[in-house]
Design a protein around this ligand. Structure first.
Ligand code: 15L
Length: 259
């Protein structure tokens, strides 16, 4: 059975994947910065910690990160250093495939338009988004120089149900998240790819062509939750890919003041 190391396994996306990837045939080795039930402690910023958990893994699903905007030092440590150490550990230990949790915020200042390609050029909306662009570039480097197969997932809003009206377009259901990661782990066509992580939402504006090519067939649509949303009024920032993160409230000073 193929062993998949999952970093950030105690986080939101990690919990979804832990619940469903084993049913799809994957044997998981779960890690996070602190140990938890079924999760080993391994700080991704430490090469030594990774040397304990990476050997023997066939693939890595790298989720561990600061998951929203934060002051630079926080982003730098978790998302730049951590990402580098994970790819580097993959190379050192001969891991042939990495699925990297990028984010829509890598291109958050891009206007939403129908069929926006997954490979749309970087337009990060935050330092967090900049860190995801870095991870995508690092992935390309390891793919082209070292032949590691790398899939970068520009994840939308991965949650149990869509939390707001923007997410009626950007939602990635837990089931589709597992199906997407499963496709990226299986695909023999993968060298390097950037794909959107989004469900088959009626209001989706992001193209699934690239993800489909890797074998991803989404099954969920956020529309079934539309009626249940308390506030269904779109915000002006929803015109851009990154939604609220693209607004003035997410500038460096604003975020630092709230930290
Ligand atoms: C992300 O990248 C974040 O990790 C998540 O918390 C949400 O903000 C999501 O994007 C989103 O855009 O909805």
């Amino acid at each position: 059975m193929t062993t998949v190391l999952v970093t950030g396994a105690a986080g939101r996306v990690g919990r979804f994947l832990r619940a469903s990837l084993p049913e799809l045939g994957w044997q998981l080795r779960c890690t996070d910065v602190a140990a938890a039930d079924g999760v080993q402690a391994a700080d991704v910023t430490s090469a030594r910690a990774l040397d304990e958990v990476v050997p023997g893994a066939d693939a890595i699903v790298h989720l561990a990160a600061q998951p929203v905007e934060a002051p630079w030092t926080v982003i730098r440590e978790a998302n730049l250093e951590g990402c580098y150490q994970v790819f580097e550990a993959a190379r050192r230990h001969g891991v042939r495939r990495v699925v990297y949790a990028s984010s829509n915020h890598a291109v958050g200042l891009t206007p939403n338009e129908p069929d926006l390609p997954a490979g749309t050029p970087p337009r990060p909306d935050t330092l967090y988004g900049v860190s995801k662009v870095f991870g995508e570039a690092l992935g390309r480097y390891y793919a082209e120089r070292y032949g590691i197969r790398v899939a970068c997932l520009r994840i939308g809003t991965c949650a149990e149900t869509p939390p707001n009206v923007r997410a009626l377009a950007t939602w990635l259901s837990p089931g589709d998240c597992a199906r997407l990661v499963d496709a990226c782990l299986r695909s023999s066509d993968l060298d390097y790819a950037i794909v959107w992580g989004v469900s088959a939402n009626t209001r989706r504006t992001w193209s699934l062509a690239e993800a489909n090519r890797l074998g991803f067939v989404p099954q969920d649509d956020a529309e079934e939750f539309a009626g249940a949303l308390a506030d269904a009024t779109p915000k002006p920032s929803d015109d851009l890919v990154g939604g609220e993160f693209s607004s003035a409230d997410y500038g460096i000073d604003e975020v630092t003041a709230r930290w």
